[in-house]
Design a binder for this molecule. Structure first.
Ligand SMILES: [Zn+2]
Length: 294
């Protein structure tokens, strides 16, 4: 199940990349609640996002969301989260305390950040990670906003919203007509459109040309007889073989005169098992480390 979902997410981000130009590192706008919930479920928020989005992530937080965290500073553990959030890139929403004594709601703040001009697009290609259904509902109305949230300690990415998916399909069709799209699933259309037929014939030529370039030059190695002569060289040949327990290496000295080979065991480099001294966690993961350094 997990693997299947992971594949879906990977494909989804590929589609966002193709249709809307999303590139790594993905800029992810985090709201205060997802930061708190990740902590509540003992999740590595940034690591989880990177696994979900299948790429590097640049976490960002708006001034208002930061103020939401400050407002909850008395709750247990939140001061730690504030320090963590300070390491994220601050997205200036310009809802300053002078003008807004109370921070804007997550929805109003993120709406102004993602789509300042009300053009129903996601100009800066943000991923929005918000726990508020209201926020995600609003973002679904814009074109091309990947949405993430945490549901019971599982990071979820929403499927493409109606408008986004429709736009994607329209674009795909456009690309197809322009002859940019290659591949399968187009048999029906080939019969319908004459001009597409012409293009497909061009495509058919391509692999042929490739074939001519490919392939090794010279005789087929399978058809060539092996020479039975022993190669003339040093009196002894050295072969390094690893013994079965993999801890010692055996040096095999093969005598040229055919007598018993001399075996010499050498102490191989023993692989030291690194025991992480601190918390007994497995191999250090970069994002997690950066996270915890806070
Ligand atoms: Zn704001």
């Amino acid at each position: 199940m997990r693997g299947k979902r992971s594949k879906q997410y990977k494909k989804l981000m590929q589609q966002y990349g193709l249709s809307f130009g999303f590139r790594e590192p993905y800029q992810v706008l985090l709201d205060a609640d997802i930061i708190k919930d990740a902590d509540r479920f003992k999740m590595d928020l940034i690591g989880g996002l990177e696994r979900t989005l299948h790429g590097q992530v640049k976490p960002m937080i708006t001034q208002c969301s930061m103020r939401h965290l400050y407002a909850a500073a008395k709750e247990p553990g939140v001061s730690f989260l504030i320090d963590k959030a300070k390491t994220y890139e601050r997205r200036r929403c310009d809802h300053r305390p002078e003008d807004y004594p109370e921070p804007l709601s997550t929805k109003d703040c993120l709406a102004s950040v993602v789509d300042a001009k009300g053009s129903k697009t996601n100009k800066h290609r943000y991923v929005v990670a918000s726990q508020e259904p209201e926020v995600r509902k609003f973002m679904r109305g814009l074109l091309g906003v990947p949405l993430c949230y945490i549901n019971r300690s599982v990071m979820i990415m929403e499927p493409m919203a109606g408008a986004t998916a429709e736009n994607r399909e329209k674009e795909e069709r456009g690309k197809f007509r322009a002859g940019l799209k290659r591949g399968s699933g187009s048999l029906k259309r080939k019969r319908e459109d004459e001009d597409v037929k012409e293009e497909s014939s061009v495509q058919e030529d391509m692999p042929k040309r490739k074939k001519a370039v490919n392939g090794p030059k010279g005789p087929n190695p399978l058809a060539v007889k092996k020479s039975k002569k022993k190669p003339e060289g040093p009196a002894t040949t050295f072969t390094e073989a690893e013994s079965k327990d993999l801890k010692t290496k055996v040096l095999k000295l093969e005598q040229a005169d055919g007598s018993e080979p001399i075996l010499a065991s050498i102490k191989g480099k023993r692989k030291r098992k690194h025991k992480s001294g601190d918390s007994g966690r497995a191999a250090p993961v970069k994002p997690e480390m950066a996270d915890e350094d806070g």
